[in-house]
Design a protein around this ligand. Sequence first.
Ligand code: PLP
Length: 282
Amino acid sequence: RIVHLNGAWVAEAEAKVSVFDRGFLFADAIYEVTAVIGGKLIDYAGHVARLKRSLDALGIPAPVSDETLLSLHREIMARNDLTEGLIYLQISRGAEDRDFLFSSDLAPTFVMFTQKKPVLGNPKWESGISVITWPEGRWVNRQIKTVQLLYSSLAKMEAKKAGADDVFLVEDGLVTEASSANAHIVTAGGVLVTRPLSNALLHGITRGSVLDLAARAGLAVEERAFSPEEAKGAAEAFITSASAFVMPVVAIDGKPVGDGRPGPVSRRLREIYIEDRLASAI
Ligand code: PLP
C-alpha cells in the first residue's frame, strides 16, 4: 500500500512516525473511517464534519484545508486502486519530548491509509451477528473519536472468547453502543429505538443517516436509551457503522432476538441506506 504521511506519499514499510508522537504515547489523536464503494466516498460530508468536531474538542489544528482533504481522499483511492473498502485517517497532536503538558504549537501528525475489503458484500450480513453484554469501561467523552480504543478492543476480544461477534456495552443498566458501532432495536410495535446523542456514545454518521432515512420511510423513531433486557425481548436489533452499514444483531448473550434471523426492518433499512448513500456518494 501507498500511505499518506504529512503531505508525502510513502510505501507502507517506509512510513515512520516518531516514538515521541503523542498519538503513540498518550492516545492524543483522533481518527475517521470512511467507506468506499465503486471508487466513491460514502457519507463523506458527515465524516469531515465530525473530524472537525473531534479536532476542535482536543484543540488540534486541522493539518490541511477541506479542498486538500478531499483531493487526498481521491488520490489515495487512485494510488491504491481502491474501489471498495475503507479509508482510515488519523491526526495526532504531534511529537515532542514526553510530558503530560504539551506545547501549543506542535505540528500535527497526519496519516491516511486504505483497507481493501468487501463492504457491500460483507458475508455477515445474511446471517447477522451475535453480541454479548459487557460493562462499559471507556472514558466519558465518547463523542470525540479518539484513538483510545484499548477498552473497546479488549471488550471485543471477550466477545470472541465467548463465541460472539461483538459487545453491547452497558452503563447504569442501559446499552451505550457496540465496540465500534451504534446499537439500535426495533420494538414489537415496529418502533426504531436508539439512544439519544450525548457524551455516552459516538455520534455515528451512519446512525444519523439511517435515522433520517427511517423517518422519511415512515418508520416511527424514538430516541431513548434501552436496557439489555429490552433488547433481548425486542423484535429486532441492529448496529450501524461506516464499515458495517446496517448489520442485524440476531443473538444477545446467547438468546435469539426475534426469530434469530435478520428481521424485515433491519433488511429494509440496509437496502434504503445503501441505495440512498450510493446515489449521493462522491
Ligand atoms: N460507535 C463507535 C464507538 C465507533 O467506533 C463507531 C465507528 O467506528 C461508531 C459508533 C459508528 O460511527 P460511524 O457510523 O460514523 O462509522
